[in-house]
Design a protein around this ligand. Structure first.
Ligand code: ZN
Length: 355
């Protein structure tokens, strides 16, 4: 049983690491997507979206095999619908977590891969990762995909604007660099028109607000204990995944980001050292995406709103802010390396920060 679980972690992690290595040359991570239906892997019977690591595993499989459909099901589920998985088709592994009673497998190693920490305490529930096999709609005969209505671009943009506004995360627009500054809990974004396109803007906004979800008063995402000095690289993976999940939900492409080669190298290293790392990242990204969705139904209170004009931004703050300027138009991008940008003389985006 334990061997089987180790296999599923190792197998899925190896697939993802390979996809990163294969895509790194063209700066494409396996979580970049075009916002189409394939970007929202769903189960054919329940019509529920897959979550966390399973989304990533299915994206990797779909890209590798060129599937242009995001519908998946087990062999039995396809049979149930009168469809037949074609002979010789290779299954894709996804995982689910089975809750164990305390007396069962009490020696099982803890896993937080499903967003539920199975802990050191005996009275906490334990979860056992189990692999199962699914097949894509393109691997079966007899399936007629339903005609899914898709929103026009303009409506997707309106929806995305509303989505991020409902997060109540303070956002200051201006300058040439995007970043999140934890010390003042504020996201800084260049103006919309400076981005290559709408997808680049929202991918970036999803990334920076993703960092903000980790704040103490939100999800309190502290990676120090588990990842030590690699925690910055880990938060980058987490928020890129968060942005990717949200973009998929909003039907907007998640744009490739010209990643720093050092980051990609460090991610692959983390993945190879720790077969649970990408599971944890996907789990935390799913938690951040869930948090963002949960804010959508929350009534926006006037007292919660922040007047961005009242925020004074300290200069050259040594902060854990995160830049991203690679999605900006060329003419603007040139400015970002100059270091300073101003908005009414109050914004200064030269940060002693990581990239
Ligand atoms: Zn970042």
């Amino acid at each position: 049983m334990r061997q089987q679980r180790a296999d599923i972690y190792t197998r899925i992690t190896a697939e993802i690491a390979t996809a990163i290595e294969n895509g790194a040359g063209e700066w494409r991570m396996p979580w970049n997507h075009d916002g189409s239906s394939i970007a929202r892997p769903r189960n054919v019977i329940s019509d529920k979206g897959y979550r966390g690591i399973n989304v990533l595993a299915l994206w990797v499989a779909a890209r590798r095999s060129g599937y242009v459909d995001g519908t998946w099901g087990t062999y039995q589920q396809w049979s149930q619908l009168g469809c037949q998985v074609r002979k010789g088709e290779k299954a894709t592994s996804v995982v689910f977590w089975k809750q164990m009673h305390r007396h069962q497998h009490a020696d099982a190693a803890p896993s937080d891969a499903d967003g539920t920490l199975c802990g050191e305490h005996e009275d906490q529930p334990r979860f056992l990762a189990r692999g199962y096999c699914v097949f894509n709609a393109r691997q079966v005969d007899g399936y007629a995909p339903p005609d899914l209505p898709s929103l026009p671009d303009s409506e997707r943009i309106v929806r995305a604007d509303g989505f991020f506004a409902a997060l109540n995360i303070p956002i200051v627009t201006g300058g040439n660099e995007a970043c999140y500054r934890p010390s003042i809990d504020t996201v800084f974004m260049p103006p919309f028109e400076r981005f290559i396109d709408a997808a680049s803007y929202y991918s970036c906004l999803g990334h920076e607000t993703g960092h903000a979800t980790g704040a103490k008063h939100r999800l309190d995402r502290d990676l120090t204990g588990r990842f030590g000095s690699a925690k910055y690289a880990m938060d980058e993976v987490i928020v890129e995944l968060t942005s990717s999940f949200i973009m998929a939900d909003l039907g907007i492409a998640h744009r490739p980001r010209a990643e720093n080669a050092a980051y990609i190298a460090s991610w692959i290293e983390i993945l190879k050292d720790d077969p649970h790392a990408i599971f944890t990242a996907a789990s935390k990204a799913q938690a951040a995406a869930d948090w963002m969705h949960a804010q959508q139904s929350r009534q926006m209170l006037t007292s919660d709103r922040v007047d961005i004009d009242t925020i004074a931004v300290p200069l050259a703050q040594p902060d854990q802010a995160m830049h991203r300027s690679d999605l900006l138009r060329e003419d603007n991008r040139a400015n970002t390396h100059g270091g300073a940008s101003h908005q009414g003389g109050r914004l200064h985006s030269r940060l002693a920060a990581r990239r």
